[in-house]
Design a protein around this ligand. Sequence first.
Ligand code: FE2
Length: 370
Amino acid sequence: MHNIQISYPQNIIFGENSIEQIGESIPENLQNNVLIVSGKHSIQSGLVAQIAKKFKNTQIYSDIPPEAPLEGVQKLVNFAKTKKITAICAIGGGSVIDSAKCAAAIIPLEGSVKDYFYAKKTISKKGLFFVAVPTTAGSGAEITKNSVLKDTETEIKQSIRHITMIPDIAIIDPILTLSCPKKLTAACGMDALTQAIESYTTVKANSITKSLASCAVKKIYNNLNECCNTPSAICARTEVAEGSLLSAMAFSQSGLGAVHGLAHPIGSKWNIPHGEICSILLPHILELNSTVSDTEYSELGIQCNATSTKGFIDNIKKLSKEIGISNNLKCYSTDKNDIDFIIKNSRSNSMLGNPRFISDNEIVTLLEKL
Ligand SMILES: [Fe+2]
C-alpha cells in the first residue's frame, strides 16, 4: 500500500441549481475585477451574463480554441495581465477549464506558458483565485491539479501540473449539462468512464480511490445512454455528472493507465477528440490488461450488469456503439508514419501507471488493427 495523500478543491459544490452560489464563491476582496473565461456557447446561452451579474466587476474572455493550444493560453495570460485581474472563473468544457486554470497559475509569474510546458520554469507560488464551473460531464478538470495543453508546432500534448493549480472552488451543476450536444455528451461521458476504469486498476490504486472509481463506473455506465438519447433527462444527467466527479476524485489521486498514455499522442497527431479516442482504445487496452486485471474487471463488471471480464468488455463496446462513437480509426485521417511519434510520446506517467507493461510491438499491432 502506498502512502495516501488526498488533495481536492477547498469546496466542491454539487447539485441542481448550485450555480446560484457562485456569487459567494469568490472572497469579496477579490471580486473587484473577476475574469470570466468561457466558451462561445455559454455566452450565447446567456449563462455568462447571468453569472457576471453576481460579481462587483467582471471582464469576459471567450477566445478559447478547442484542445487548449499553448498560444491560446498565452493570449489569455497576456489579456489578463493588462486588465489587472483579481480572480478567474472558468465556465465551459475541459479545454476552457484547463486553459483558464493554467492562466490563473501563470499570470502572477515571470516567463511564457511554453517555459512551463517544457519545464524550463517551474510554478513557484499559488496563482490567482480560481473557480471552475463545468458545462460538460467528463474531463474532471474542475478538481484536478493539471492542465492538459497542446503545442501545435511540435504536436506534443502534455500537462503543466502543480498542487497549487487545484481550483479553489468547483461548482458542478448538472443543469448546465442539459444543453451539451449528443456527440460531446457521449465523448465526455466515455472519457469519464475510461478514467474511472483506469483508476481502478492503476498501480497506485488504493481502497479509497477504488471505492470512488467503482461507484463512478456504475453511475456513468447505467445513465450515459439516456443522457445521449434523451438529452433533457435531468436525473440521468445528474447521475453522470456525479459519476464524472467521482471518477475525477479517484483518478486525480491514483493516476491513469495506457488508454490515456496513448490517447494524448494519438489524439494530438490525428486530431481526434479526447473522449472519442479514449472510447476507441478502451476495450482493446482492457483486453491486453485482462491477463493481470481479470479480478478487478470482473468486479467492475458487476457495476455494469456483467458477470465476467469478457461480459464487462462486451458491455463497454455495446454502450459506445449505442451512443454513436466509432470503434475504429477509419473515419479519421491517420498515417502509419506517425506511429514512431505516438510510441515515443506515449511513455508518460499514465503509461507507467498501467497494471501491465505494453510493449512497442503491442502498440503497433493495436494501431494496425484500428
Ligand atoms: Fe481523459
